[in-house]
Ligand binder design. Structure first.
Ligand code: OAD
Length: 243
């Protein structure tokens, strides 16, 4: 980890990036105590995310799906941004593209965040498609809209499209940036994982395990996000070229 981190810092010093895009997955929030999807702690009552995060699962059993989301909402509510979220927020004019629905980047102070998979504290009426902020626990599950129809979490499920324009905007930013940081994603869920291939310049991954995108990155640092992100951000800021 130290050798790769030092090599990545040396590359930042020599390339002096003017712009950075940060692509994150569940691993960036692991150090805040939120289990990732593809880890043991990510299982809930022995269901995998792929069994619950689908329109079919919701149609079959909305209560079960909502119970899972209420569990995750309570974990996120109790969590705090960690050193990685806080370091990323120090980078000026930097777009964060996240697959996470926990809002921790915004809570850390990041201003420009594309939430590819929506937000766990918003609901959407399945009939009217109206969105509502819903930060607090629900008294009754599953929640209903005033119109009588079910509310669903305003998140992207397997087989659904990303929010309109989100991927295109993210892809353009990734392509046009000097530096891409890829933090805490297994890189197996598309289209998000495909964003890495839009980048041509320096790219640095932080992940304690090899991922499906490690070999596409210039450097792969095998460390936790909270450990390795702050020194990289310091190196970028020290280079003094970031706009
Ligand atoms: P995954 O759970 O697939 O992968 C999490 C990654 O984080 C793994 O590669 C871990 O090795 C890494 N990791 C674990 N702890 C870490 C730490 N402390 N620091 C850095 N990395 C760490 O999560 P995602 O790649 O985000 O989608 O999954 C993508 C999508 O699949 C999610 O957005 C969600 C899920 O099903 C939907 O719900 C549509």
């Amino acid at each position: 980890m130290v050798a790769a981190l030092n090599a990545a810092i040396a590359a930042i010093r020599s390339e002096k990036p003017k712009s950075t895009v940060v692509l994150t997955g569940a691993g960036v929030s692991a150090d805040s105590g939120i289990p990732t999807f593809r880890s043991e702690g990510g299982l809930w009552r022995n269901y995998r995310a792929e069994d619950l995060a689908t329109p079919e699962a919701f149609a079959r059993n909305p209560l079960l799906v909502w119970e899972w989301y209420e569990w995750r909402r309570s974990l996120v509510r109790d969590a705090k941004p960690n050193a990685a979220h806080l370091a990323i927020a120090k980078l000026p004019n930097t777009l964060v593209v996240t697959q996470n629905i926990d809002g921790l980047h915004q809570r850390a102070g990041s201003k420009e965040v594309i939430e590819l998979h929506g937000n766990i504290f918003r609901t959407r009426c399945v009939r009217e498609e109206t969105r509502s902020e819903a930060p607090d626990p629900f008294e009754n599950l599953p929640p209903h809209c005033a119109c009588g129809a079910l509310q669903r979490p305003d998140v992207v499920w397997f087989g659904e499209l990303l929010p309109e324009g989100a991927f295109e905007r993210a892809a353009r930013a990734v392509r046009d940036s000097d530096l891409l940081l890829v933090i805490g994603t297994s890189g197996v869920v598309f289209p998000a994982a495909g964003l890495v291939s839009f980048h041509n310049g320096l790219s640095i991954e932080i992940n304690p395990q090899p991922s499906a995108v490690s070999s596409s990155c210039t450097f792969a640092i095998t460390a936790s996000a909270a450990e390795a992100t702050p020194p990289l951000v310091e190196a970028i800021l020290d280079a003094g070229t970031h706009r």
